[in-house]
Each structure stands twice: as C-alpha cells, then as structure tokens.
Write a protein of this length. Sequence first.
Length: 343
Amino acid sequence: MTFIKKSCKKLTNNLVGGRSLHIVFYYPKKLPVKEYGGVERAVVWLIKGLSELGHKITFIGPEGSSVARAKNVFVPFVDVKVPAPDAIKKLIPKDSDIIHFNNDSLFENNYGLPSIVTVYGTVSNMKGLDARYCFISGAQKKYWGGQEQNPVVHIGLDQSEYIYRKEKDDYFLFLSRVDWDVKGVDWAISAANKAGVRLIIAGNVHNIKFVNSYWRGYLKKQLSDRIHYVGPVGGELKAMLLAKARALIFPTRWCEAFGIVTIEALASGTPVITTHNGAMPEIIEHAKTGFLCKDVNEMTVAIKNIGSLKAEDCLESVNEKFNHLRMAKDYTKLYVNLLERQK
C-alpha cells in the first residue's frame, strides 16, 4: 500500500504544470452515510484518496454534510440530481479545475468549468454518452451501451474501515437489500438450507408492499434456528459481521453494476459466493477469492468447498485492485486527460 501511495504522489506532482488539481464534487444527498448507501461511500472514498494524493477538494451538497478532507459548501436544497448552473456556479471556487458529478443523469448544462460524470446504476436508456461519462464496471458499460471513449474505473474502498480476520465463525452472511428480489435472498436461504449451514441475513427493507407480501408470505416462514434476519447494519457491527463470516453469499440475478459489498467482504478476508451476472466476474476470481455459480445447486457445492479458499488472497485482491488510492489514481488520469483535451 505504501508503494501505491508513493507512486500516486509522484504521478500527481507532475500533473498539470507541476501542480495538483482543485476538484469540485457535487452530490445531491448528505454525506457521509452511516448504513445503506454504496454510492455515497464510494464518493467519500474517492475524495479521501484524491486528498491523499495531494489534490484540493471542495464538496458541494446539502446542509449537514461533513466530508472529511474537503471544504464543505452547502446548497439550500436536497435530492436535486442535476442542479441549475446558476444554483452552484457561485459556490464553485475560482481556482477550481474540474467538477465531478456522481449520479445516473445527463449533465448538459455549462457549469463554467470542465466536468466528468460517474454513473453508478444499471439503466439501459442512455445512449451515445460522450467521453465525460465514466462507468464503474465493464459489464455496466456494456449494458448501458457505452462506447469506446467511455472509461471504466472500478470502485476502491478505504481498508481502514474494515476488520481483516483469518479466523471465521460458523455462519454465512447475506448482506444487501432484502426487499429487492434481484439481490437473491431466496437463493441464499435455499443454498444455506441445502448445505445445512447457518445464515445471517442483514439489510434494509424500503418497500412496504414487499414487507406485506413476499416477506410475510415466504421469507419469514424460512427463518429458523439456523436462518436469522438481523435487520439493517452499519459501522462496527457491519464490519464485524463481514469479518467473522465464513463467506458472503451474494446471489445477484441481474446486471450488477458493481456490488460494493463484495469488495467489503474481500477486505475482511471473507470470500464471496455469487453468480456470473454483471460485474461479478470482474471482481471475484473463481476458486481463489470466491465462487461464481449459475444456480442454487452450485452455490450449495460452493458453501461446502469454502474451506479451500484463503483469507490472504481475498485481502490481496483488494490491495491490488479495489483500494481507494488506486481508484483516485485512475480518476486523476481521467481529469488530466479531459483538461488536456479542452486546452
């Protein structure tokens, strides 16, 4: 990790005329978040990484935000994905080089300086995006219909927020939104039951209709001495659940744009049992940092073979490919390339 940091600083010191950059971030929700909010954590990790590389950061967002390593500037509104230029131009410092937006919207307005947009979702109705638009996985880029000029930067996390642990307890973990059927909580339950192992289910429930139908009609009946639902988790409790689990079961059944929880598990030394969908093959190395499965039966076999995987390999994967400094370095290159093109 020290080598990565030194390398990035060397690169940064030779960016534009021998100076670091002043990067403005706009995000429509209050940061940071305590529990659910993968995109929000990714933005905070990126800001930290860029700051550690020597860049100056201004964060523009709703009142109450407190992003470390950035100057926080507040707007008098919340959840405005595409702000009017007049609403934020006056808040942008005059020495700023570039503004970075982070959401799945079109930004066609002129904000008075070059911009880059990272899209995080899996939406297939935005075609012909120019080179300012960046994806978080190759699978997401393909699904969106991204072109060659659209870059891909994998998310990287801050390892200091997680607990690395070799010794595991006797449970497997499902950690995602349980009210979203594409996340596959039913597959996780079926595989755990077939393998005869303990499963802890953790995650948010936002959809009331789901609670009144699918949850009460099916999932609640599956709970037992071995299958537990503990509700939403965050902070130290979440970190400990990830660190102690024998594996994360993440049976995503759609084009998963990234799946931040998978790298959170790897950072904890915990392998991932997942599917071939979306970005999973880009993140999980089959039979080394987890297992890529096509159905519940293969997941059941993976559960039984989880002892063949090493915690060290999981952590190494994060250190090499999914850490916040690597992400910051990749975005720095994008910023510089954009600024060079607009000279």
